[in-house]
Design a protein around this ligand. Structure first.
Ligand code: OGA
Ligand code: NI
Length: 423
């Protein structure tokens, strides 16, 4: 079935591009113009959407990027109706609120939405502006400059430039930023000139903000202030700078298809263009850009550590046909060796653990194996499939079977990766 779907897609794609090839031949089109699905995959992965638009002078969406109907946006009228009744996601002012009031605001935002914005967050406006401007400048550079940032390991490497996954209409520059052992500064962009310093400064501030938020979130759950910070061990911090070129027909594509973030907490800086949406009460709601705000979202590990009290929500990015959008996501994750399980303080006879204990590296492996599977529409979160009381199936049991350390603590138990590989 998978093979059939793929070969039909291949045929469609081949005729699509080959007709364009004949149309454009002789019109200054580069040698690398491609004719097969595999070649466009390579082109997309390495060079991205912006370069594809430029090289092929595309005026329509190539079928390669067309999403199945179930993954596209609703009719704009239906989305407008949802957004006109929604007040939007909560916005928390970290200076105006304090004490119990702040904890209550955080608790309801994490429980009811899994998404909120923060203002007066302590990261200076000039730094945020520099980070935003230099990121946009990076994507506007010639391809040769951007390609210098990719390691031979491509997306699995410590720094990568290329098209986003899942044939989404998005380019990305992904940079490992912590711990030091996974950082490769020699691949960080040399141009624009100040970028390396700006990123270093920005990441330090983002990391401090993540710790501050995780302390507040721990307290809002009635846990020790440091519980969530300690549960993440020596955290992994990755910055992904997303660039969404304008799209000739945004009704057919997705900037990022619906997903939840597998990490603990994500902080996102977005420009004024908009496009991020959160799934709530059966509808997609716009996360409208607010000046000087970060969008914060609960990731899968926080949902698990909170034993399901807080929600890692599905979200996605829709494209537009007017202007490019840039966003900067900082993903704060447990270290790969951490053992993750619902916090012991939130588990008792009346509230049994609804998630298994596992090693974070195994979660990541299983998450990507499932979310990147060819037929996965990714409408439902990977998390739903590992709930102990409902859907815990033999596949996930195998993934997480060899963990043997205490819940919620970061330990260096032997990883059960081999149990995944052998299946
Ligand atoms: C992500 C993400 C949202 C955005 O990178 O995981 O959800 O607005 N990004 O770019
Ligand atoms: Ni995301």
């Amino acid at each position: 079935m998978a093979a059939m779907t793929m070969s039909r897609a291949n045929d469609r794609f081949s005729s699509d591009i080959s007709s364009r090839f004949h149309e454009l031949k002789g019109g200054g089109v580069k040698e690398e113009l491609t004719t097969t699905f595999a070649e466009l995959t390579r082109f997309h992965d390495v060079k991205g959407v912006r370069e594809m638009m430029k090289s092929f002078r595309v005026r329509e969406v190539p079928s390669y990027y067309v999403k199945p109907a179930s993954e596209r946006r609703y009719a704009p009228a239906a989305e407008a109706a949802v957004n006109s009744v929604a007040q939007g996601i909560p916005c928390i002012d970290l200076e105006a609120l304090s004490g119990e009031g702040l904890l209550r605001a955080i608790a309801s935002a994490c429980r009811d939405w899994g998404f909120f914005q923060v203002v007066n967050h302590g990261v200076s406006r000039p730094l945020v502006e520099r980070m935003g401007n230099e990121s946009s400048e990076f994507f506007a550079q010639p391809l040769e400059e951007k390609l210098k940032c990719s390691t031979p390991a491509k997306v699995a490497g410590p720094v990568h430039f290329g098209g986003g996954g899942n044939r989404d209409w998005r380019d990305v520059l992904k940079l490992n930023c912590a711990p030091a052992s996974i950082v490769a500064k020699e691949y960080w962009p040399q141009s624009p000139a100040g970028f390396r310093n700006t990123l270093e400064e920005y990441v330090a501030k983002q990391q401090a903000l993540a710790v501050r938020l995780l302390k507040l979130i721990s307290e809002s759950l009635g846990l020790e202030t440091n519980f969530l910070v300690e549960a993440c061990g020596d955290p992994k911090v990755v910055v992904a700078i997303n660039h969404y070129p304008p799209c000739p027909d945004p009704s057919l594509t997705m900037g990022i298809k619906a997903h939840s973030d597998p990490n603990t907490i994500t902080m996102l800086m977005q420009d004024e263009v908009g496009g991020l949406q959160v799934f709530k009460d059966d509808g997609w709601i716009d996360v409208r850009p607010l000046p000087n705000a970060f969008v914060v979202n609960v990731g899968d590990q926080l949902q698990i550590l909170s034993n399901g009290k807080y929600s890692s929500c599905l979200h996605r990015v829709v494209n537009n046909n007017r202007q490019a959008r840039t966003s900067i996501a900082t993903f704060f994750s447990p270290s790969h060796e951490c053992t993750i399980a619902p916090a012991p303080g939130l588990v008792d006879e009346l509230n049994p653990a609804i998630y298994p204990k596992f090693i974070y590296a195994d979660y990541i492996k299983a998450f990507y194996a499932q979310t990147l599977a060819p037929n996965n529409s990714n409408k439902s979160s990977f998390l739903a499939g590992i709930e102990l009381h409902r859907n815990y199936n033999s596949y996930t049991k195998k993934c997480f079977s060899k963990v043997s350390s205490s819940p919620g603590s970061c330990t260096t138990s032997e990883s059960s990766v081999s149990s995944i590989r052998s299946n």
